[in-house]
Ligand binder design. Sequence first.
Ligand code: ZN
Ligand code: MN
Length: 496
Amino acid sequence: MEMPANTVKNDIEDFLKDTGFEATIGLEVHCELKTATKLWCSCKNSFGNEPNTLVCPVCLGLPGSLPVLNKRAVEYAIRIGLALNCTVQNSIFHRKNYFYPDMPKDFQISQYDIPINADGYVTLPDGGSVGIVRAHIEEDTGKSTHFSASGRIHESSATLIDYNRAGIPLVEIVSAPDITSSEMAKAYVTELRNIIVATGATDGKMEEGSMRVDANVSVKRIQDSELGTRCEIKNLNSLRSLGKAINYEIKRQVDNILSGQKVVQQTRHFNEDLNQTVTLRTKEEAEDYRYFPEPDLVPLNPGAAWIEQIKAEMPPLLIERRRMVQDLMRETQEIDQLQSAIAILVDLNLDSVFKQTVGIGANPTIALKRLTNEAANAVEAARNLNPEQFAKLIQLETDNKISTTQSKTILSKMLENPDKTLDILISELNIVSFGEAETTALVEQLIKDKPDEFERFKQGDDKVTQFFIGQIMRLSKGQANGKLVTEILMKKRNQF
Ligand code: ZN
Ligand code: MN
């Protein structure tokens, strides 16, 4: 039986406390850039095509072909660097040499000791921070498909290679080893993804492989100053696998040390079915790659003016967009409880419609709640909501002219029928307004019809309150506003 996630988390925390160890985690995140073409050639950068149809001599590494750097890829890399608070600097490209069939040139053009972006940080929603060592440009490899029941190379009889992905531009974001738990790793990747997606440079789709995470995990005794030997877990493609792989690896390494063995530096793979990490190969050191400067490319010096221009034309950063929403909500009492809804609003790209709606005068709390709950199921339609009609709807609710339930019903119809006005939707749905006057009339009629019950109500019999509310809901065919009915009933009790 699988244990609930929080039990596992607490298990690991308890386990570390009991054994006196702590974990050190650094993450390398590869993200594909949303350019129209590849990094060194004019082949299309596109996912899900017939294998080996988006290739040319350059991305197939044929002799004599030369790379030409894609300017848009550099722009996107700079956007990512700026969003991660990095220094954007002059950089050069290196060849990282290794033999693997998905790498047609037998080397990957990457950046090494002088990357385009260095020394940034990501602030986590809980206020914590993770340093960014570098965010450099490199090319993606082709994709191999191993033919075996398990899909693993060891048991396969044949391997097919699709070079459509070879040469797609990547930015590799290397974090400092500031992460101490699987929960923090997941929070970091979530926030990182939101930040870089908001720059427009990448789509951050882990499930399509356009964002892939490698985790470097080591453990050490709390009192030790030196870090332990690390293992790298490759290609984690969901937050769930990331968390599970890290927890498994922490436990494996501590158990290893406690039983008198050494942790061996390795590259490991997370097996989803077994729910454990397994050895892929002994980890290479940087020397193994025989890095040397790429002779076919000149140094990359973007220049201050271009960097400034990119900064000026960049979409607003995630953190600024959240701040704009927070500003619009500063009068709201329960703002602290609404912070996660604000983050969701921005991640769903609904902050623009929110701003317009609140700008017309709609209650920001109601707008936020509707957009992050009811509207979140139809997010495309929600982005195109007519702010005036939506603001009018919220105003009806604020004025107690319609109930919350009615408001939600109307909103879902509004999302389905963007061309219909609020008035038309209300009449089509047979929504009857039970405002103060209408509800008072109903309550008074009921008091007249049920004098005995009203007598008991006056004497404080709470069961009768429920009876009255039920009666009025029935009379109004469920459309009355329960909160308003209670208010008016209480007023009547004090009057008589
Ligand atoms: Zn090509
Ligand atoms: Mn890489």
